[in-house]
Design a protein around this ligand. Structure first.
Ligand code: ATP
Length: 340
């Protein structure tokens, strides 16, 4: 059993420091209650680092991040891409996992949604190989490899095994017969090693429609990078507020946990940001550390945070303005802390 984990914390920009402060209150509470040992290392990154050092993720920050087991990242502003891509690539965090779930008490487009999007995080058009061939003619390359498709498919099936045992592979193999054709084939092949999990497939255009029309039918969606990017924002929207959704970037050794939402500069400094997504990211990190050798107490601490948040949301008395309430970030945080 690992007795001391190191966690790098990036405050981020805009509402980042506010939602992270809220998450820290909750983290401190469970650290003592469940006897967890986590060493928190503060790391400068994002717009704040650009103005101070001229780069979004300075060498000094990267050197700390490299030594940590996990990263808890607040939303970053303009330089978000730079920070996230460098960490994802540097630590090979190949799986972007984005759950979308409705909470009782929170108005959603549809009730009863509980799905997870497993998005390949390293390939597709995100290799950024775009060229201007001649004046007025441009081309972009798309990378899909067997190796990357296999490892993301395996993550999806492992996840489905602990859920409702269904994986939907989303693609457009009728048009992109070679690249999406390979991805789809690999997912079915990997699926043979998971006999208890059902596999089906959907074209991306049909999947976006069904995500709005009947999202409750999905369990785990596995897809390539670009489709996953688009699908996961839509999924966050149909479940209610963007302030409720967390995501993880997971590799074989390390992982980074963050809210889906951005820095939301329009409400920064007003004390009204919804810290739920940041708290859920924290809970997820604890559960992951538990599975990485921390043991049952870490998992229980993560579950307790999730339960406390669900209780506060379903009671509907202390809600932030994005959910139709009048509570400040601090009031919501206190309400969650009280239920821990
Ligand atoms: P980015 O461009 O990085 O995605 P953004 O701030 O433009 O960042 P989002 O983070 O997607 O976009 O947020 C869109 C809007 O949703 C924000 O402007 C804000 O009003 C609202 N919002 C986002 N996160 C929260 C939150 N945690 N609590 C309350 N409102 C939020």
């Amino acid at each position: 059993m690992n007795e001391m984990f190191r966690v790098a914390v990036i405050e981020g920009d805009g509402i980042g420091p506010e939602v992270l402060a809220a998450a820290r209150v909750i983290l401190e509470k469970v650290l003592s209650k469940y006897g967890l040992s986590i060493e928190v290392k503060h790391v400068e990154a994002g717009d704040v680092a650009v103005s101070k050092y001229g780069e979004a993720l300075p060498e000094s920050s990267w050197n700390i991040i490299k030594t940590c087991d996990a990263i808890l990242k607040g939303p970053v502003g303009e330089s978000a891409g730079e920070v996230v891509v460098k960490i994802r690539r540097g630590l090979d965090l190949y799986a972007n996992i984005r759950p979308a779930k409705t909470f009782p008490g929170v108005k959603a487009l549809k009730p009863g949604i509980d799905l997870v999007i497993v998005r390949e995080n390293t390939e597709d058009v995100y290799i950024r190989a775009e060229y201007m061939l001649t004046d007025g003619v441009s081309v972009a390359l798309r990378l899909v490899t067997k190796r990357a498709s296999e490892r993301i498919a395996r993550k999806a099936f492992e996840l489905a095994r602990s859920r409702r045992r269904k994986v939907t592979v989303v693609h457009k193999a009728n048009v992109l017969t070679v690249t999406d054709g390979l991805f789809k084939r690999v997912v079915y092949d990997v699926g043979k090693s998971f006999p208890g999990v059902e596999v089906d497939e959907m074209y991306i255009d049909a999947a976006v429609m069904d995500l709005v029309r009947r999202p409750e039918k999905f369990d785990v969606i596995v897809t390539t990078n670009l489709y996953g990017d688009i699908l996961s924002d839509l999924a966050a929207y149909v479940t209610g507020s963007i302030g409720l959704a967390a995501s993880a970037n997971i590799g074989d050794e390390k992982a980074m946990f963050e809210p889906i939402h951005g820095a939301a500069f329009d409400i920064a400094g007003k004390g009204v940001a919804n810290p739920t997504a940041m708290m859920l990211a924290t809970a997820w990190m604890l559960k992951w550390l538990g599975e990485r050798g921390g043991g049952r107490r870490y998992v229980e601490a993560g579950e307790a945070i999730e339960k406390a948040i669900e209780n506060v949301l379903s009671e509907g008395k202390v809600l932030t303005p994005d959910l139709g309430g009048t509570a400040k970030t601090i009031e919501f945080t206190e309400a969650v802390a009280l239920r821990l």
